[in-house]
Design a protein around this ligand. Structure first.
Ligand SMILES: C=C(O[C@@H]1C=C(C(=O)O)C=C[C@H]1O)C(=O)O
Length: 489
């Protein structure tokens, strides 16, 4: 089947949904709790980002996830079920809640379709023990969100999934169906990304110079020998004259950063979004893939300059140390729970529009019954975002960084009914409100780091998201030092 129209799919789904709902109702009575019903059908190709865009103002929860270079994209609207956890056990609590939900679900899915069956989006806080500063309300330490409606494509085929809960006494399936129908009506509408015309005003969350001083303090500590590496982040606040449009930003990100994970989770008026080049971990069957990504250099404007910068990065002892710390930690952590753990022998370059990185892919075989969330719990935070040794680095960050990372730098991704899934590290990201956005970027600090160079590195990393939010020309320079140099203040 090449896909059918929305109307036909809706009719087929309604009938199937009602049959399953009746079975679920009986099961719910027996179990004394609600049971999930999930139906997936094939649709004619359409763009999930358009559904994400159209859902604004219609539902509180919207999500988007894609790997543009692979043709993969998924959008979800509404919440058929959600789960929030707090504290350090947030991964285990989320894994258990999800296992219990799907264990008794009534599912009609076609495994040959992309993202078939119930699929929850998941996001986590970087550090549940951080000092919370407030603007991350609604983004729990751990959040699972099963949309009422999911539209997904792998570039070849497109699937539509409707999810709903059936209670033991009264059935809420009618309500779910009505809500899903309302959301499904949005599918037919056309959408074109509007021109982004922002006019941004930027300022650092910390007073000028304070970030560099903090890096200098970290370097002193690293040279004293108690730490091997610590990653320090900056927050830059952007104010726009016209309202931000997250869907337009996602469109720009997928165009300019096709080799990244382009993601968004909108909760009411605020959207956490980004284009991360860093896969934390994926699990497909028993095959595990992870990546070490650390060590950065700018892109050159001409091919020869670009190649020279890349070669210098590959040969830089400081960057090789930063990188090796991450690869070693990933190898050790995966070996505790997986077989056949292999890392590429040497890092290669990952080249993105704004920056190039040292990159080492890793693969492994998981024990059967492993959930992607078990792997996430073990790997987060890697020393690409935390440091080494992990606990000492986290303590240093908590004490000195003076910002609330919230979900920045933390796992974001999805999990399916079999416990398979994929998580990216939420970098190159921002928390976007109507007129205000908080952008985040960090850099790995080792004993050989130089504060000014590290600040420049965060600058380059910030450009991805700044450009996609509509910054132009001079607005791309976020640091006081850069603006002064260019006579911009
Ligand atoms: C911390 C960030 O990026 C991480 C740090 C890198 C580095 O220090 O070289 C490179 C890639 C990422 O693992 C960020 O983009 O905010």
């Amino acid at each position: 089947m090449l896909g059918v129209s929305v109307a036909t799919a809706a009719l087929a789904q309604r009938a199937r949904m009602e049959v399953l709902a009746e079975q679920a109702r009986r099961r719910a009575r027996r179990l004394g709790r609600s049971v999930l019903v999930s139906v997936t059908t094939e649709l004619k190709p359409r763009d999930p980002l358009a559904l994400f865009a159209r859902g604004v103002g219609v539902t509180h929860n919207r999500l988007f996830w894609s790997r543009p270079a692979d043709g993969l994209a998924v959008a979800g609207l509404g919440a058929a079920w959600s789960f929030a956890a707090s504290g350090p056990e947030r991964f285990a609590l989320a894994a258990q809640a999800w296992r219990e939900l799907v264990a008794h679900a009534e599912v009609a899915a076609d495994p040959t379709l992309p993202f078939s069956g119930p699929m929850a989006a998941a996001g986590f806080a970087f550090d549940p023990d951080r000092p919370a500063l407030g603007h991350w309300d609604g983004f729990a330490d751990g959040l699972l969100l099963l949309p009422r409606l999911t539209l997904a494509t792998d570039g070849q085929r497109t699937s539509l999934t409707v999810n709903g809960l059936v209670g033991p006494t009264t059935s809420s399936i009618q309500l779910h169906l009505a809500a899903a129908r309302r959301l499904r009506d949005l599918l037919g509408r056309t959408w074109r990304a509007p021109q982004i015309d922002a006019g941004l005003e930027l300022r650092d969350a910390l007073p000028p110079g304070v970030w560099r001083a903090m890096v200098a303090a970290a370097v002193a500590e690293l040279r004293a020998g108690s730490l091997e590496k610590v990653v320090l982040a900056r927050e830059v606040r952007a104010r726009s004259q016209s309202p931000f449009d997250p869907a337009a930003t996602l469109e720009a990100l997928r165009r300019d950063y096709p080799d990244t994970f382009v993601f968004a989770l909108a909760r009411g008026g605020r959207t956490f979004l980004g284009a991360s080049p860093e896969r934390l971990v994926s699990l497909q069957g028993r095959t595990v893939a992870a990546s070490s990504l650390a060590g950065s250099a700018p892109r050159g404007s001409r091919p020869a300059e670009d190649a020279a910068l890349g070669q210098a990065l590959l040969a830089s002892p400081k960057d090789r140390v930063e990188h090796a710390v991450v690869t070693r930690m990933l190898l050790d952590a995966l070996r505790e729970v997986c077989a056949d753990v292999v890392a590429a022998p040497e890092p290669t370059l990952m080249r993105l529009h704004n920056v190039q990185h040292l990159f080492t892919p890793l693969t492994a075989t998981a024990a059967s019954g492993t959930s992607i969330l078990d792997l996430v719990a073990r790997l987060h935070p890697t020393p690409a975002l935390g440091g080494q040794p992990r606990e000492a680095a986290l303590a240093w960050i908590r004490q000195h960084e003076r910002l609330d990372r919230g979900w920045y730098g933390a796992p974001v991704g999805w999990i399916d009914a079999q416990g398979q899934g994929e998580f990216a590290v939420a970098i190159r990201s921002a928390l976007v409100g109507r007129y205000e956005a908080s952008l985040f970027a960090g850099a790995g600090i080792v004993a050989a780091s130089d504060p000014e160079r590290e600040e420049r590195e965060t600058e380059i990393k910030l450009r991805a998201i700044l450009g996609a939010l509509g910054a132009r020309g001079a607005e791309m320079f976020t640091t006081e030092a850069q603006r002064t140099q260019r006579g911009l203040r």
